[in-house]
Design a protein around this ligand. Structure first.
Ligand SMILES: [Fe+2]
Length: 370
């Protein structure tokens, strides 16, 4: 029998609204430490993939505030917002170095798509959200609630839109429990496998789609992986996969309706200088559509990093086809894409070693080459 998941991740909107600790403004000494680390990383002159955590040295209060945000994401409410990064006086290139440096301090960055890029600019580049190769980050579309493909996602806001672009967060733990109260039969359905498309961004050694459950537990830890857009794409793109049953569609529709419920979904407006850190396994995110300013320099712009965390939880064993490694504290996840180079693998292995993480994420790739 499926039981409700009882842990601190299971908040609803009024609980999230009342929790003032979710926003934490950086102090002057924390900002000063980020500034000093920026000077060091800039002076290193190294390409991003040649860097090490020591190239962005954080040891004092700035490191403590990042680690406490990770703790909050993994063992508390599932997300944390750090406010006040001085992006108004950092150039875009400097901001990129800071995001990269923060990522190196927190774990191993994960690739984010076909080009195997590690830092994504979330802005409207005229992309197509729906469709068999659609992604959301390069559009101004309202997004379905979903999670990204890594232990943690970090979003740093450089500029907000003229209007819209509200950030929406829902606890997948709470959605699970709410559904369970009235339709345990549909929850059961979501613990069974679904087929997700890789949106045409798979590596040569990867199949174009994969199968995982949407809800799963392992050793008592709950986890959710959900991207309806990719489930729908798989149905459109692959004639050889089973069609969704009416019951599966009913379960997905109920999950979609639950996560957007006004009493469950927490809403927040980004400010330039906000860093939002989310644990993907327990929080689903979305954003409303937005309208940009005309001037290119004023358009909404966020930088996104996906991180495998040394303190990441163990995942359900049947999630291996997507994550490649389900052990706690393993390098895993991301969209490998089509440009993984030896330099990338060496960077990841070096970072994994620095954080004491398992590094088996390319075993399938190496097996194919052998
Ligand atoms: Fe996302």
């Amino acid at each position: 029998m499926i039981r409700p998941v009882i842990d601190p991740h299971g908040w609803n909107r009024s609980e999230a609204d009342a929790d003032s600790a979710k926003f934490r403004r950086l102090s002057a000494s924390e900002i000063a430490e980020f500034d000093s680390a920026l000077v060091v990383i800039r002076a290193s002159g190294k390409p991003l993939l040649q860097m090490n955590p020591s190239d962005f040295p954080l040891k004092g209060p700035a490191k403590a505030v990042l680690l406490s945000a990770v703790r909050e994401a993994q063992s508390g409410r599932g997300f944390q917002l750090l406010r006040g990064f001085p992006v108004d006086r950092w150039s875009v290139e400097d901001t990129k170095l800071v995001v990269w440096g923060i990522g190196m301090q927190l774990g191993v960055a994960r690739p984010q798509g076909k080009a195997s890029h590690f830092l994504a600019d979330v802005r409207d580049a005229g992309g197509q959200y729906r469709g068999v190769t659609g992604r959301g980050y390069n559009t101004n579309a309202e997004l379905d609630f979903h999670n990204d493909s890594s232990d943690l996602v970090g979003l740093l806001c450089l500029r907000t839109a003229k209007s819209g672009g509200t950030s929406l967060l829902t606890s997948s733990v709470r959605a699970h429990n709410e559904m369970l109260a009235t339709r345990p039969d549909l929850v059961e359905e979501l613990y069974r496998p679904f087929i997700f498309s890789r949106q045409g961004e798979h590596a040569p050694e990867e199949p174009p789609y994969y199968q995982t459950s949407i809800f799963g537990t392992y050793n008592g830890r709950f986890a959710c992986r959900y991207v309806r857009n990719h489930i729908n794409s798989a149905q459109m793109a692959f004639a050889d996969i089973p069609r969704l049953t009416a019951r599966q569609v009913e379960a997905l529709d109920m999950l979609d309706a639950t996560v957007k419920r006004a009493d469950l979904c927490f809403q927040m407006e980004f400010e330039p200088g906000d860093l939002q850190l989310i644990n993907n396994y327990v929080v689903l995110h979305s954003r409303t559509t937005y309208q940009d300013h005309e001037e290119p320099d004023l358009k909404r712009h966020l930088m996104r990093l996906w991180i495998a965390s040394p303190t990441g939880q163990e995942l359900p064993a049947d999630w291996k086809p997507f994550f490649k490694d389900t052990a706690a504290g393993a390098v895993r996840g991301g969209y490998r894409g089509q440009n993984i180079t030896p330099e990338i693998m060496q960077f990841e292995e070096r970072l994994a070693k620095a954080h004491g993480m398992h590094f088996r994420v390319y075993e399938d790739k190496m097996a194919l080459r052998a």
